[in-house]
Design a protein around this ligand. Structure first.
Ligand code: MN
Length: 241
C-alpha cells in the first residue's frame, strides 16, 4: 500500500506552471498510489465551492479523474483554502479530514495536520484563524456575492503577505512546545505537516521517546512529495519539468 502526501501547492491563475506540474503528477505517479493526502493550501485562494474560476475547475476535474481511477483522496484545510466544503468533496470524490487527524497505514500511525495551528508564536495569526474558522463567520462570508468575496479575499491575502514579511522568521515556524503537545496528545511517534514551506525530516525526542516530524514543502519552484509505504517514509523533491 502506498500513500502520497503533498501540501502547499498554492494553485493560482498567476502560477500556471504549478498547476501543470500538479496535473502531470495526478495523471502520472499518483495513479500508482492507493491514496493521496493533500495537507492544505492546495489553492492560494478558495472563496467558496461555487467559484467558477476555470483553473480551479480544471484541478477539480483532474482530482475527480484520480479518485475515479480508484485512488483514495483526502484533504485537510489550509489557511488559504479553509472554505473547501461539501460540494468540492462531491465534485472531486475526495473526503475532508478533521485537522489534526491520526492516519494509520501499513502498521504505522501518524498525526497529520496542515501545520498552522502549531505556529503558536504568531499570536495575531492565531486570533485571525479562530475568527475565520468560526462556522457563523464562514456562513456570513459564503452568503456574500462572489465578487465581494473575491475582493475581500484579495485584501486578506495582501494583509497576510505583509504580516508574513514583517514577522521574524522564527515566529513563522512551528513552536516546539506545541509540537511536543501534539505528539503527547495523539500518542504517536510521527507527525506530518506542511504550511511552513521548510521541507525536512526532523528527529526529536518527546517524553524520552524518539519521534519524527516530517514537513512537506511548497510547490513554488519544484514539487514536494512524501511517499508512505511498507518501507516507511520518503520525502522527495519533484524537479519542475
Ligand atoms: Mn499554509
Amino acid at each position: 500500500m502506498t500513500a502520497l502526501v503533498v501540501s502547499d501547492l498554492h494553485l493560482d491563475p498567476a502560477r500556471p506552471e504549478i498547476a501543470a506540474q500538479f496535473r502531470a503528477f495526478l495523471e502520472g505517479p499518483a495513479r500508482a498510489a492507493d491514496a493521496l493526502y493533500v495537507l492544505g493550501d492546495l489553492f492560494e485562494l478558495w472563496i467558496g465551492d461555487d467559484d467558477p474560476e476555470p483553473g480551479q475547475r480544471a484541478i477539480v476535474g483532474a482530482l475527480r479523474a484520480l479518485s475515479a481511477a480508484g485512488v483514495g483522496l483526502y484533504f485537510l484545510h489550509g489557511n488559504r483554502d479553509f472554505l473547501l466544503g461539501a460540494r468540492f468533496c462531491a465534485a472531486t470524490g475526495g473526503e475532508l479530514l478533521t485537522d489534526p487527524t491520526i492516519v494509520e497505514r501499513d502498521g504505522r500511525r501518524a498525526l497529520v495536520t496542515h501545520g498552522d495551528a502549531l505556529c503558536t508564536d504568531d499570536a495575531p495569526y492565531q486570533r485571525l484563524r479562530a475568527l475565520v474558522r468560526d462556522p457563523r463567520w464562514q456562513a456570513e462570508f459564503l452568503a456574500l456575492d462572489l465578487g465581494v468575496r473575491t475582493m475581500l479575499a484579495r485584501e486578506a491575502r495582501a494583509g497576510s503577505t505583509e504580516h508574513t514579511r514583517a514577522q521574524p522568521a522564527m515566529l513563522m515556524d512551528v513552536n516546539p512546545d506545541a509540537v511536543a503537545a501534539a505528539f503527547r496528545a495523539a500518542g504517536v511517534d510521527t507527525l506530518i505537516h506542511g504550511h511552513t514551506h521548510r521541507p525536512a525530516v526532523h528527529a526529536l525526542e518527546v517524553d524520552g521517546r524518539p519521534r519524527t516530524r516530517i514537513v512537506t514543502g511548497d510547490w513554488y519552484t519544484q514539487g514536494s512529495v512524501l511517499t508512505w509505504d511498507a518501507a516507511g517514509f520518503r520525502l522527495e523533491a519533484l524537479p519542475r519539468p
